[in-house]
Design a binder for this molecule. Structure first.
Ligand SMILES: OC[C@H]1NNC[C@@H](O)[C@@H]1O
Ligand SMILES: [Ca+2]
Length: 445
């Protein structure tokens, strides 16, 4: 493939704490809302939990050696807030902090750049009991937690992500209740979103006084296409675009929310003080882009609050998540970011696919559909690069098959299969493919 990827382009893979670490309460760690949610019967498929996951908490150094063998330039992981601050604020748990310091040092020793996500959904229960993200103090709790980590690891971690997918924290967490903390309330999401954005901005402000590297927000983005040219479908598609793609980024980049949101939430949309919107305005150093698929949108007046539904095209290839394989949507998303937000530096912080992989045969796992998915999306990213997008890195979701939230372990995104009986990591064909891509600086895609 013609190789538009510069030599310093960062090829990586991503994970998150609750999804891979296991040992959620080890060494003084405080429980998170995901520990509580997963242990609440009926919330997770098969009532599975992250109690063991990939046992990464006990295998981190071996896993870093595996990442080096794979050839990663960068490894994106998240820090479990409750390991570092068991009560979410106040006393630091040294053993929790030391786990992450050892992980970061091992990465640096293997010439792998750490990309640390401060918040990947695992809020300490102690803070949730004080209202969690609904509490107007939550931005200050987050900024204090961030400062603790910046002081402890800031000289060694070149890339920081404040919050992973604030939309997913807000909507499945507080509107439809699919994810922790499982609330279903129209009035909570607008305030939760506002506090998440304030938290991001406050952490960035602290970082500006302490750090000299890169900090940004990671957002899930999904281009919305109307199912038909009818005005109703066009309008529904625009509403869903505001709801998913513009809600957080317009606030961050422009200091204002898309006006569609007041229509969507109606009386549940509060008047936000102009001062706090000004506080939220904060471009950061880069935007982290989590891309999986597109939305095909039909108007559905009786489906509150959006009045729209996402269709699954009958003739499309789907992943086991039911998401359409749509690589063109990645190029579209990257070009949209270039044009709407004045060409910000971008990292693809997540891109990958869940497929049912076969069991290993003589130590190898064949996953041809994942190889095809990754090749197509790396090429789609290359198309955007060739059109002037300031794309600087690409992280596959995920390094390992892991705990896929409410789906448990049934959905496998990994480059490596993890044997639940003994935690053996087995490379899939996609790992071998991705190693070639990285070794050839993109040419093998
Ligand atoms: O659903 C796949 C991934 N999406 N973004 C957030 C991650 O935690 C998920 O596993
Ligand atoms: Ca390398």
């Amino acid at each position: 493939m013609a190789v538009p990827f510069p030599d310093d382009f960062l090829w990586g893979a991503a994970t998150s704490a609750y999804q891979i670490e296991g040992a959620p309460l080890a060494d003084g760690a405080g429980p998170s809302i995901w520990h509580r949610f997963a242990h609440t019967p009926g919330r997770v498929a098969g009532n599975e939990t992250g109690d063991l996951a990939c046992d990464h908490y006990h295998r981190a150094l071996d896993d870093v050696a595996l990442m080096a063998e794979l050839g990663l330039d960068v490894y994106r992981f998240s820090l479990a807030w409750g390991r570092v601050l068991p009560e979410g604020r106040g006393a630091v748990n040294r053993r929790g902090l030391d786990f992450y310091a050892r992980l970061v040092d091992a990465l640096l020793e293997h010439d792998i750049q750490p990309m640390a996500t401060l918040y990947h959904w695992d809020l300490p229960v102690a803070l949730h009991e004080r209202g969690g993200w609904l509490n107007p103090d939550s931005p200050h709790w987050f900024a204090d937690y961030a400062e603790t980590l910046f002081r402890a690891l800031g000289d060694r971690v070149p890339f920081w992500i404040t919050i992973n997918e604030p939309w997913v924290v807000t909507v499945p967490g507080y509107l439809d209740g699919q994810l922790a903390p499982g609330h279903r309330d129209l009035f909570e999401p607008p305030r939760v979103a506002h506090h998440l954005l304030l938290a991001h901005a406050e952490a960035v402000a602290v970082y500006r006084t302490l750090g000299r590297q890169q900090i940004g927000l990671a957002v899930n983005l999904e281009p919305q296409h109307p199912a038909s040219p009818s005005p109703a479908d066009l309008e529904a598609s625009r509403r869903r675009d505001a709801f998913i793609n513009r809600w957080f980024l317009d606030a961050l980049m422009f200091g204002r929310y898309p006006e569609e949101l007041a229509d969507i939430f109606g009386p549940a949309w509060p008047e936000f003080p102009a001062k706090s919107l000004e506080q939220i305005r904060c471009r950061g150093d880069f935007v982290g882009v989590n891309y999986y698929s597109r939305g095909l949108v039909r108007a559905a007046p009786d489906v509150a609050p959006l009045g729209a539904v996402r269709l699954t095209p009958s003739d499309a290839e789907l992943t086991t998540m039911g998401w359409e394989v749509y690589p063109k949507g990645l190029t579209e998303t990257l070009l949209w970011l270039r044009d709407r937000y004045a060409n910000p530096p971008l990292y693809i912080t997540e891109n990958g696919a869940a497929f049912d992989d076969p069991p290993p045969r003589n130590g190898r796992v064949e996953d041809p559909r994942r190889v095809a998915y990754l090749r197509a999306h790396i090429r789609a990213a290359a198309k955007a690069l060739e059109q002037g997008v300031d794309l600087r890195g690409y992280c596959v979701w995920s390094l390992f098959d892991n705990f896929e939230w409410a789906e448990g372990y049934s959905k496998c995104f990994g480059l490596y299969q993890v044997d639940p009986s003994d935690q053996t990591r087995r490379p899939k064909a996609s790992a071998r493919f991705y190693r070639e891509v990285m070794a050839s600086r993109g040419a093998a895609a």
